[in-house]
Design a binder for this molecule. Structure first.
Ligand code: GLC
Length: 563
């Protein structure tokens, strides 16, 4: 008997915890995390209240992109453990009522996958057509599409004289979804894990699988408009969904790169024909001036509010979104939008509340629940991420950006900011491992660690625990409409959620000075109460006029009592 409920809509009131296994917990002394390490921390996740774990890839992989380059979909990477370890994790998680969502990477495989190894250098290989091959144009790459990790997206296969497409690293070859055999393999892979009893799937860059088949040169950009939300993407997702997701009742979340609301309404439409929900990243581009990630820049607060408004109102009643600030590709939010020095705890809590009170399913990335920060690396040797090292090479060695400038950019933008080892305690290496970790620990682990957080009832940890509980207790968080209350305000992000029976207001001061706002006229403060705040001395009784302290958040609920 497992403690797992059989409610098909469980994920609408759930909060999901993301684990990046390489950096989570090392059960031995390898310096890299593993599955046994995760098992040892399940009680911690239970205490937090996580309903499910999104496990980033643990499959066989040469780890060029830390597992997003899969060489065998049916095997566990020995660095992480064995299939028996995985089965144990699944059983142990289920015993605690925690579900497991696997990461499925099927836009591309590792070039070490046996399909690619057979295809490379052999036009007659039965697997040649599993990938995308094109002849050179004027002795050069077939078009100017850019890899997301820098440089041209095509790599030459010397033996056959053709290029293969790789939208990410050259060791990640894009699969040819036009080939029905590829789609057949994908169904088999996903069915294998669903048969094992995993509860769902996170689909990596799934809106890039359908490329415009004439592969045009992009005179206006990097090529993304020819493969993002491409011509057959909905058709393909419906095919996979019908064959696998619907059959097994799997919850699914699609990672949607540079997508649109209209496409996401369809990907996550409530008839469940494609996916359960979607990740989009527009709110995390508010510090990319003119769309450029690789520039050091403050965030645009007004734009942030507009984007949330666009997505919250646009998905309401039509689809379902994932709510998140952090993942293994994003810098730590408290360093990014908060204040990781004097207001670290306050701003970490405020940022948490400001997305957790929205409609959707919240995702918490390991360490976010204790307010972990960017590590502030100051040497290029400290970075490991393929994207960061590629960009350093391109910008410093090819484009003439100074080393110091690039170090400042990486300290703000690198994906390694979120991949530093999880800070468990004040023991050496933050209790993550007994050996030197593969990536340096942030040196604030003495103060910021899970042990200390669990012992302190005022910690960021217990604030997240409370947010997870509130989602289960207050219906309007799941069901209510969304209205931005102060779109023009320079410091306050405040919104109202409304259902037939409840109104909830979430006020957030995004800056280090006091800020004022007035609750909407129709809001009956007499019937309202504070349900959450990040300062421990909330005023008695809710007043129309609100004065928020630095990085303060307040959640106010009014129930309409029937007479
Ligand atoms: C997704 C993953 C990222 C990976 C990329 C290519 O964006 O989250 O980590 O590098 O896809 O698979």
């Amino acid at each position: 008997m497992t403690a797992i409920s059989n409610d098909a809509n469980w994920w609408k009131t759930a909060s999901i915890y993301q684990i990046y296994p390489k950096s989570f917990c090392d059960s031995g002394s390898k310096g890299t995390g593993d599955i046994q390490g995760i098992i040892s921390k399940l009680d911690y996740l239970k205490l937090l209240g996580a309903d499910a774990i999104w496990l980033t890839p643990v499959y066989q992989s040469p780890m060029i992109d830390n597992g997003y380059d899969i060489s065998d979909y049916y095997a566990i990477n020995p660095d992480f453990g064995t299939m028996a370890d995985f089965d144990q994790l699944l059983a142990q998680a289920h015993q605690r009522g925690i579900r497991i969502i696997m990461d499925i990477v099927v836009n591309h495989t590792s070039t070490e996958h046996h399909w690619f190894q057979s295809a490379l250098g052999d036009k007659n290989s039965p697997y040649r057509d599993y990938y995308i091959w094109k002849d050179p144009v004027d002795g050069e790459a077939p078009n100017n599409w850019q890899s997301k990790f820098g440089g041209n997206a095509w790599e030459l296969d010397e033996q056959t004289g053709q290029y293969y497409l790789h939208l990410f690293a050259k060791e990640q070859a894009d699969l040819n979804w036009e080939n029905p055999k590829v789609r057949g393999e994908v169904k088999e892979v996903i069915s294998f894990w669903a048969e094992k009893g995993v509860d769902g799937f996170r689909l990596d860059v799934i809106n890039l699988i359908s490329k415009q088949q004439d592969f045009p040169n992009d005179e206006m950009g990097d090529g993304r408009r020819f493969y993002t939300d491409g011509p057959k993407v909905h058709e393909y997702l419906q095919e996979i969904s019908e064959a696998v997701f619907q059959k097994y009742g799997s919850v699914t979340v699609g990672e949607m790169s540079s997508t649109t609301l209209e496409h996401c309404q369809q990907y996550s439409s409530l008839d469940n024909k494609e996916l359960s929900m979607v990740f989009n990243f527009h709110h995390l581009k508010v510090d990319y001036p003119n769309g450029d990630k690789w520039t050091k820049a403050p965030f645009d607060f007004q734009q942030l509010k507009q984007i949330f408004n666009h997505w919250q109102t646009g998905l309401n009643g039509k689809g379902w979104g994932a709510l998140f600030w952090c993942n293994h590709d994003q810098p730590r939010v408290v360093s990014r939008l908060g204040n990781d020095k004097e207001y670290r705890v306050e701003s970490a809590k405020m940022l948490a509340a400001s997305v957790h009170m929205m409609q959707g399913t919240p995702y918490i990335y390991q360490g976010e629940e204790i307010g972990m920060t960017n590590p502030g690396y100051d040497s290029i040797e400290q970075y490991r991420d393929v994207e960061s090292t590629n960009m350093y090479d391109i910008m410093v060695n090819q484009q003439g950006v100074s080393h110091d400038e690039m170090m400042a950019i990486l300290a703000q933008k690198s994906r390694d900011n979120s991949r530093t080892p999880m800070q468990w305690s004040d023991a050496p290496y933050a209790g993550f491992s007994k050996a030197q970790p593969w990536l340096g620990v942030a040196n604030n682990y003495f103060e910021i660690n899970a042990c200390a957080a669990v012992e302190d009832t005022n910690s960021v940890f217990y604030f997240y625990q409370k947010l997870i509980q509130l989602r289960k207790e207050i219906d309007v968080i799941t069901t209510g409409s969304y209205q931005d209350l102060y779109p023009e305000h320079q410091a306050v992000f405040g919104y109202q959620r409304q259902s037939d029976t409840q109104t909830l207001i979430c006020l957030n001061n995004y800056y280090g000075e006091e800020a004022e706002c007035v609750l909407p006229n129709g809001f009956d403060v007499g019937k309202a109460k504070y349900v959450l705040g990040n300062y421990d001395d909330l005023p008695q009784g809710v007043t129309q006029h609100q004065v928020l302290r630095p990085y303060e958040t307040r959640v106010i609920l009014a129930e309409r009592v029937s007479e």
